[in-house]
Design a binder for this molecule. Structure first.
Ligand code: GTP
Ligand code: MG
Length: 245
């Protein structure tokens, strides 16, 4: 299974991947692809962390807006993942870290089978309310660095609750690398998703590049619709396969 890890700059994507490697490297066969715009900094960080054979960590230097390389033209990432899969066959899990981007970045389902979106408490409690395809429809939303809540004046429980509300039942993990129970929850989600993927139960979904939105002239659609849904549910641009029933 290929697992994408996306989210804004500095929210803790590399740290989360290091945590996963630390916990899983002796249980399953793992490899990591990192994406940076101008450097191979994240691959260096992960190699230095000593959590995985350095050969199993490969950088892609995108040279462009990060989501170009995980969504629009995934060639460089596909080649890196396929090389790892050939060199270390059989691999159980390839984790692909996006370059830190903004709230619009998600992985193409042509590149990953599952994806998680990482926000952090230090970025502000209101970020979950700002929405976007990653927050609303990634397979997992991680609200990271919960230990920092008291220092940045963020009500962590409320942030997590609002994250759940934005996701129509899709899972949310409140994570801190210093909180073992939360790390276990993340590890359980990854292993559970891997098992489900293997059993054919998990199918890659495209969270979409565009958040559901509403145009002023769509009041007409409401008049013709069967039920008065929310504006987001009514909008025709919602990505295929993600439209609420
Ligand atoms: N307090 C606290 N700090 C954390 C946690 N996770 C990550 N950090 C810190 O957050 C900073 C950024 O972490 P990274 O893992 O490099 O974040 P990133 O999302 O990979 O960053 P980019 O790849 O540059 O977008 C580092 O200083 C980490 O030590 C956490 O759970 N708690
Ligand atoms: Mg990183």
């Amino acid at each position: 299974m290929r697992l994408g890890v996306a989210g804004p700059v500095g929210t803790g994507k590399s740290s989360l991947i290091a945590t996963l490697c630390r916990r899983l490297a002796d249980r399953i066969s793992l490899a990591v692809v990192t994406n940076d715009i101008y450097t191979d900094e994240d691959a260096r960080f992960l190699r230095a962390a000593g959590v995985l054979d350095p050969e199993r960590i490969r950088p892609v230097e995108t040279g462009a807006c990060p989501h170009t390389a995980i969504r629009d033209d995934v060639t460089a990432n596909l080649l890196a993942a396929e090389d790892l899969e050939a060199d270390f066959a059989p691999l159980d899990l390839v984790v692909i870290e996006s370059g830190g981007d903004n709230l619009t970045a998600t992985f193409s389902p042509a590149l990953v089978d599952a994806q998680l979106f990482v926000l952090d408490v230090a970025g502000g409690g209101d970020v979950v309310r700002k929405g976007g395809p990653g927050i609303a429809r990634a397979d997992l939303l991680v609200v990271n660095k919960t230990d920092l809540g008291p220092y940045v004046g963020v009500d962590v429980e409320r942030m997590v609750r609002e994250g759940r509300e934005a996701r129509a039942g899709r899972p949310v993990v409140a994570l801190s690398k210093h909180d073992e129970a939360s790390v276990q929850e993340l590890v359980d989600w990854v292993l559970g998703t891997l098992a489900s993927y293997r059993a054919g139960g998990h199918v890659a979904v495209d969270p979409g590049p565009m958040a559901p939105h509403f145009h002023a002239d769509e009041e007409h659609e409401h008049a013709h619709g069967d039920e008065p849904h929310t504006h987001a549910e009514q909008h025709a641009h919602a990505p295929a396969g993600t439209h609420p029933a």
